[in-house]
Every structure is written in structure tokens, then in C-alpha cells.
Design a protein around this ligand. Structure first.
Ligand SMILES: C[N+](C)(C)CCCC[C@H](N)C(=O)O
Ligand SMILES: O=C(O)CCC(=O)C(=O)O
Ligand SMILES: [Fe+2]
Length: 414
């Protein structure tokens, strides 16, 4: 009873968010072409609007409303913030909820506030714009370019030679990470086809994620693990490690030995699939965004299991953040009540039809020497059946390690 209630509450919550923010994100991508602001002399004005401060800066597209308690909380003086550890020191219990400034001033550098107890705070305009909900959302540009088979990005956009990553004068790593963010994948060329060279190339991004598969793994048709990856059969497009509470963010493949026949790699842009699914089956999109389904891995002394939705969204922006589509690793369906079972199968079949539509399937043969890195939260992968010996190497990287590296390099990531 409780379960059923919570499911319907979630479904209606998602239903209210229609059209699932895809259209909004697209407008933002397009807007990028039109909003290169010409630098003007800075003019700023702050108006005390009783419940908040209205800050107008002529370079901004609109006035920014600032809450007084937010401003007090974000004071960056050494008493309130440790600039070395980048951690907060101010105890918000000591700030009255209805605090208001004694005086405010706009200068060339930024906003200055004097509080009733004599405390002074200063903020740059850029900081205020970038760190408030209204400012951040107004300037957020979704960097992703979704693709289908016909628009798969060219190797010039996605391939970076290892020598460009290792040479500090070239911005190889930045290009590689940008490609993974924009297209969902990137290639590193000039890597020797062995496990240790693969590790060294990938570790230019971050340490690899250790799982029960090991750190850097290689697999072939020998059932060394209880998983069909370790056979030579066809594997349809899927996301990996849906049975982990946090699926691995990046998945690396390096073909160490090519099969004499077959074994081609399949890639599908899961966000393109989700876009079409949302347009054709909005109720299915809402269902798979709210109904959690269980996944598992049993074998090799493990019983990994977790429960989560197929489509996951950024909790603040509502934009699609992750697709978890793996029909092989679904556990017994104990999380869906009887009256929703039919709907579940209907929606899974409908999204599955788009996943299998050849218009979305890009097939390629991986070659020894070129490492493929995919964003496993966005792209699905699969492989063709093969015969003869074949060895595939690779590893996983966690979301935190990948996104941290992107931020350190100054690359915008959600
Ligand atoms: C990549 N490696 C061969 C180590 C493991 C493959 C795991 C495949 C599993 N069914 C999943 O989707 O997670
Ligand atoms: O054999 C392949 O190319 C990929 C198999 C697979 O899906 C995996 O290892 O995750
Ligand atoms: Fe896989």
C-alpha cells in the first residue's frame, strides 16, 4: 500500500514537469550562437527591496534578486570562510533569519554590504551571477550534442593522440574530456595494445575505479566471470554496472586482439533515444523516470543489487542526467505493484524499440592501438557475435573522479 502510494506520487510529480526539459536544454544550445555580449563599461545598482536586494548590472540580461540571509551566509571574509581549505566557518545558527543590511554599495569590483553588527561583506558580480540559482540557470548552456547513426561525430572531433595528452604544451587532455562531455565519447590513439599501456593512458584522466572485475581488466570468450561479456555472443545496446548504487561513469575499451570474424562494437546515444522516447511516449518517459527497478549481478562470490530508475534527472535543473538501460541485468521485478506491471512492460518495450532502431545504432570495429572511452551514463554499448580468439581490455572511472578532472581543467560540466 505504502509502495503503491509513493509510486503514484512520484509519477504525478514527474508528470507535472512535462515536457521533461529537453526542449529547454535545446533552446539553450541554440541560444549560445546568439548571446556573445559585447563588453561595455560596468554600471551596477543595488536596490533594497525589503525582502531582498535587487541587483542590476548592465552586463546582465536581467536583475538578480538576492536573499539577505543568502548574502550573509556567502560572506567570504576570513572570519566567515577559510580561503585555504575553501570551507565555511560561519555558523548560520548565529545569523538571524530575517537579517537585513545596514547599508549596501556597488563599486567597480562588486557589491559591498555592511551588516547591523558592523560586519562587512564583499562579493564580485561574477560570483553572485555564477552562484545563485537565477544567475546560474540563466547562463547555463548544455554542452551536449546528441547524435544518431547518421550524425555520429567524426574522428577529427573525438580522437586525441596520446602524445598530445602527454605534451604539456598541447591541450590534449582538455580536448579528450570535452569530447566525452559533448559527444559522450572520445578516442586516444597511439596507445600500445596491452593492459599496462591502457592503464597509463587512462590514468591521465584519473585513477581507475576498482570493482570486483579488478582495476584494468581484459576479457575474452572463456566465462572467467559469470557474465555474457565473457562469451562470444551478440550483446544488444546497454549501460554497464546498473547493479552498482552508482554506475561507473566512464567505460574504457581497448581491443588488444581483434577477432578474425565479427566482434564489432555498437554505440547508441542514450540521450538521443530518451529524447525521442519523451516526444513519442511522454507517459512512458514519466514512468521510467519515477519507477525504480532492481538490477543485479550474481556470481564470482558476489551478489550486487540495487534499485533505481531507468532515467535519472539532475535534482535542481530537471535535465536528464543518466540513462540506466540494461535488459540483461534486471533482477526479479519485485518493485512494481500488480496494477502497474502491464504499464512497465509497455514502456520498456517502447523505449527498447528506439534503442534497437538502426537509425540510432553506430557500429565500428575497434582496432588495437586506439582506446575508446564512453560516458556510460549517456551512451549504451553492445557488440556483435564473433568467432575465433579476441581480447578486449579496459576499465571504469567513477563519476566523481571524471567530473573533478573536468572542473580542475576549467571544462563546464553539469
Ligand atoms: C567490462 N567487464 C568485462 C569487466 C564487465 C562486463 C560487465 C557486463 C555486465 N553485464 C554489465 O553490464 O555491467
Ligand atoms: O565485448 C565487447 O566488446 C563489449 C562487452 C560488454 O558489453 C562489456 O564488456 O561491458
Ligand atoms: Fe557492457
Amino acid at each position: 500500500m505504502i509502495r503503491r502510494q509513493s509510486l503514484s506520487v512520484l509519477t504525478s510529480f514527474v508528470g507535472r514537469r512535462k515536457p521533461f526539459l529537453f526542449p529547454a536544454c535545446y533552446r539553450l544550445i541554440k541560444n549560445r550562437l546568439f548571446c556573445a555580449p559585447a563588453p561595455k563599461p560596468l554600471v551596477a545598482e543595488a536596490i533594497d527591496a525589503v525582502t531582498r536586494l535587487e541587483l542590476r548590472v548592465n552586463r546582465w540580461p536581467h536583475t538578480l534578486g538576492l536573499s539577505y540571509i543568502w548574502l550573509r551566509d556567502h560572506c567570504k571574509c576570513p572570519d566567515c570562510y577559510d580561503n585555504f581549505t575553501k570551507q565555511r566557518k560561519l555558523d548560520i545558527q548565529k545569523v538571524p533569519l530575517n537579517i537585513r543590511p545596514a547599508s549596501t554599495k556597488t563599486t567597480k569590483e562588486g557589491l559591498e554590504i555592511k551588516w547591523p553588527d558592523g560586519h562587512k561583506s564583499e562579493y564580485t558580480y561574477k560570483y553572485l551571477w555564477q552562484n545563485t540559482y537565477e544567475g546560474w540557470n540563466a547562463s547555463y548552456k548544455n554542452p551536449q550534442r546528441l547524435w544518431k547513426a547518421a550524425t555520429f561525430p567524426s574522428p577529427q572531433l573525438t580522437t586525441v593522440p596520446l602524445s598530445d595528452i602527454l605534451d604539456p604544451k598541447k591541450d590534449g587532455l582538455k580536448r579528450l574530456i570535452s569530447s566525452i562531455i559533448v559527444h559522450g565519447l572520445g578516442f586516444i590513439s597511439e596507445v600500445s595494445p596491452d593492459v599496462e599501456s591502457t592503464r597509463a593512458a587512462v590514468e591521465t584522466i584519473s585513477p581507475v575505479r576498482t570493482t570486483f572485475y579488478g582495476t584494468v581488466w581484459s576479457f575474452e570468450d572463456n566465462l572467467e566471470r559469470a557474465d555474457t561479456a565473457y562469451t562470444n555472443i551478440y550483446l544488444g545496446a546497454h549501460n554497464d554496472t546498473t547493479y552498482f548504487t552508482e554506475s561507473s561513469r566512464l567505460q574504457v575499451f581497448h581491443c588488444l586482439k581483434k577477432a578474425p570474424q565479427g566482434g564489432e562494437t555498437l554505440l547508441v546515444d542514450g540521450f538521443s533515444v530518451a529524447e525521442e522516447f519523451s516526444a513519442r511516449h511522454p507517459e512512458g518517459y514519466a514512468f521510467l523516470s519515477s519507477a525504480a527497478i532492481p538490477s543485479e549481478y550474481i556470481g564470482d562470490g558476489q551478489h550486487m543489487a540495487t534499485l533505481d530508475t531507468v532515467l535519472k534527472h539532475n535534482p535542481a535543473t530537471g535535465c536528464l542526467q543518466q540513462i540506466r538501460y540494461n535488459i540483461y541485468d534486471r533482477a526479479p521485478l519485485s518493485s512494481i505493484p500488480l496494477e502497474k506491471i502491464h504499464e512497465f512492460y509497455l514502456h520498456m518495450r517502447n523505449i527498447g524499440k528506439i534503442v534497437r532502431n538502426p537509425a540510432y545504432e553506430y557500429w565500428l570495429q575497434l582496432e588495437p592501438g586506439t582506446v575508446l572511452i564512453i560516458d556510460n551514463w549517456r551512451l549504451m554499448h553492445g557488440r556483435n557475435a564473433y568467432s575465433g580468439p579476441r581480447i578486449m581490455g579496459g576499465c571504469y572511472i567513477s563519476n566523481d573522479d571524471f567530473t573533478s578532472k573536468a572542473r580542475v581543467l576549467g571544462i563546464q560540466i553539469n
